[in-house]
Design a protein around this ligand. Structure first.
Ligand SMILES: [Fe+2]
Ligand SMILES: [Fe+2]
Length: 282
């Protein structure tokens, strides 16, 4: 079974590379399931219904969020009718939408996706470790689902790594999001969970974490805001992680994905490199 997770899509440039590339990647890599973090998709802040629909049409089975979940107020309403959109599970009780959902992959497998916010250098929220315990108790890998993806949206690498080890062997993939910079630690943990501290953003890297660089530099140097943050509009890099699972829903292969824009390219050799099975063989 083949999974692709794509990190925080930032603004128009991020959306453009996603919608241009994802349909082709989905076919070429014979993907069974695709999840995309969309928390920065609408002008850098939140997601609209039209954008969410656009991501689903481009090949996303699930769209996850983060600390910017409800920056676009309409998300508070349409999340109730869009089961493919999930927000962090550890928001307060009564928050609109779901923090976890079960989806059917192209191969018929049941895929649990959970979106969770970290707490270190972030707003105070319910314990993310207790939250995943509850979700996995309700829907254990191999019993309630055939694959499980956790988008752990957090600032601190330490919290992300601790979380990865905490659920190692109990989920298919822990993918970090939120820092908007891909880390070089994509690997399979000891008990079979694929892990990366941050998938990186899908946006223009000639920026400060996706935003036009002038205003962030001005604020760091003068502390005086002069204008709004606007997403950088140059060619964007699609960033994510590619994972192949065994029949138990644990990872056998994992690799970073970086396509287009300013970053060095990275592709999963096991799906398209020398010696790899042709993608049409599945
Ligand atoms: Fe983000
Ligand atoms: Fe974030």
């Amino acid at each position: 079974m083949r999974l692709l997770f794509i990190g925080d899509v930032v603004g128009r440039a991020g959306r453009a590379v996603l919608t241009a590339r994802l349909p082709k990647l989905r076919a070429a890599w014979n993907l069974d399931f695709v999840a995309v973090n969309g928390e920065n998709a609408a002008g850098g802040f939140g997601v609209t219904e039209a954008i969410c629909d656009e991501f689903v049409s481009a090949g996303a089975d699930c769209v996850t969020l983060g600390n910017h979940s409800f920056d676009q107020r309409e998300a508070l309403v349409f999340i109730g009718r869009q089961p493919r959109l999930i927000r962090p599970v550890n928001y307060p009780r009564g928050t609109p939408g779901k923090g976890a959902n079960l989806f059917e992959a192209a191969n018929g497998a049941r895929v649990l996706v959970v979106n969770i916010l970290g707490r270190v250098f972030m707003d105070a929220l319910d314990d993310p470790f207790a939250a995943i315990e509850r979700e996995l108790e309700a829907c254990p890998l191999g019993v309630g689902c055939d694959a499980a993806i956790v988008d752990f949206h957090a600032e601190a690498s330490s919290e992300k790594q601790a979380f990865g080890h905490f659920v190692d062997g109990r989920v298919s993939l822990v993918v970090g999001t939120h820092t908007h910079v891909p880390t070089a630690d994509c690997r399979i943990l000891g008990a079979g969970t694929a892990y990366i501290t941050d998938a990186g953003m899908t946006g223009d890297y000639d920026s400060v974490i996706g935003m036009e660089k002038d205003e962030p530099v001005r604020r760091f140097t003068t502390k005086l805001p002069a204008s709004r943050f606007e997403p950088a509009s140059g060619p964007a890099t699609l960033c994510g992680v590619a994972v192949e699972l065994d029949g138990q829903g644990l990872a056998v292969k994992a690799a970073p994905v970086r396509i287009g824009g300013k970053l060095a390219e990275a592709r999963p050799e096991f799906w398209e490199g020398v010696g790899a099975a042709p993608s049409y063989l599945g």
